[in-house]
Write a protein that binds this ligand. Structure first.
Ligand SMILES: [Zn+2]
Length: 348
């Protein structure tokens, strides 16, 4: 028999662990990416979705419209508001000021956004003081509008250029900051540009060591700049809004160093990750870092949405309602039927 004091100690530890690992109380989260109806032809209604789904919270929503936010507030639903590297700097446009430059000095547009017809295609550079203040001002604006937190989509910023094989941003601010970060390759801005051009022209298999070293250093500098930018932005906002939470899109549940600046992640998962064992691992990673985590799926197959809902309910994890979600291979967004949702909710 286990002595009483020992068993109660175990019970205490268990309660403590469940308390620290669980994300408050599990429930359903609505992510109405935009407030519907968006136009006279739009048959979808965000208010109706709220009334049918009874979400505990609204995350990852793009709006600054006070009338919309008043609707959420009246219903007592906490909401986070979203921003991204394309936050406009002037009358809803991403003008040249403050934006990333490729090595060819072109303004940067993410590859998947090149065909989008939008007024704000250009991503801001984290080393540009104009963009730093644009990003900070938008953060303040969102929190002043009563958001409990801010969701930052596309948190890679300058790192995105590395992922697109472009090394990094080569605006004037980035190059001069790099010369302070590492002057062992050149002491002039022209010298840096020449080195970077050589890197991109070189045959990857025959690239000389000093060029590889330069590339590594420039990419490390860009990564560090993104982390510092996000951390400073968060710290500055916390001074005015000490309770604010910061969320980000951590695709596939990854927690790279720049993701770790945030308090929580919301992510789409590839189909191969949507199964019990993989979900356990992903939540374990988030828990061990002390982060909240919410997962969704962009699959056309209902079974993946069903697995995520079932897993969330069984493991007391918040469930992202599959409503107003992007679906791979489709130009239309997916909105789960209310009856179907009820059916999945009660399926065991
Ligand atoms: Zn730059």
């Amino acid at each position: 028999m286990v002595p009483r004091v020992v068993s109660s100690l175990f019970a205490g530890i268990y309660i403590l662990l469940s308390w620290s690992f669980a994300q408050e109380e599990a429930g359903f989260v609505l992510s109405s990416r935009w407030f519907h109806p968006r136009h006279s032809q739009d048959k979808v209604s965000t208010v109706e979705a709220i009334e049918k789904f009874h979400p505990k919270r609204i995350d990852w929503t793009y709006t600054t419209d006070d009338k919309v936010l008043e609707l959420y507030r009246k219903r007592g639903i906490p909401y986070s508001l979203t921003m991204n590297p394309m936050v406009p700097d002037s009358a809803e446009y991403t003008t040249q000021k403050g934006r990333m430059r490729t090595l060819e000095q072109e303004l940067y547009v993410a590859p998947w956004m090149r065909k989008w017809k939008i007024k704000t295609p250009y991503w801001g550079c984290v080393n540009n003081p104009d963009f730093q203040s644009t990003f900070l001002n938008r953060g303040k604006e969102l929190l002043r509008k009563g958001a409990y937190g801010i969701m930052v989509d596309d948190p890679d910023f300058n790192i995105r250029l590395k992922l697109d094989q472009g090394i990094g941003c080569f605006c004037h601010h980035c190059i001069s900051d790099f010369l302070r970060f590492d002057s062992s390759f050149s002491d002039s801005e022209d010298g840096i540009m020449t080195l970077a051009k050589k890197v991109l022209k070189a045959n990857p298999e025959k690239t000389e060591t000093y060029l590889l070293e330069f590339r590594k250093s420039y990419e490390a500098f860009q990564e560090r700049a993104v982390i510092d930018f996000l951390a400073n932005w968060k710290q500055t906002l916390l001074k005015e809004f000490p309770k604010a939470k910061f969320l980000t899109n951590n695709y596939n549940g990854q927690w790279k160093e720049h993701h770790q600046v945030f308090d929580g992640g919301i992510a789409e998962l590839n189909e191969h990750l949507i199964e019990e064992k993989k979900l356990n691992e992903l939540y374990h990673t988030a828990d061990s870092l002390g982060k909240t985590q919410l997962f969704g799926s962009n699959s056309q197959q209902e079974k993946y949405h069903r697995i995520l809902m079932k897993y969330g309910m069984e493991h007391k994890r918040d469930v992202l309602i599959p409503w107003d979600v992007y679906v791979k291979g489709s130009t239309n967004r997916f909105y789960i039927d209310y009856q179907k949702f009820e059916q999945l909710k009660h399926e065991r």
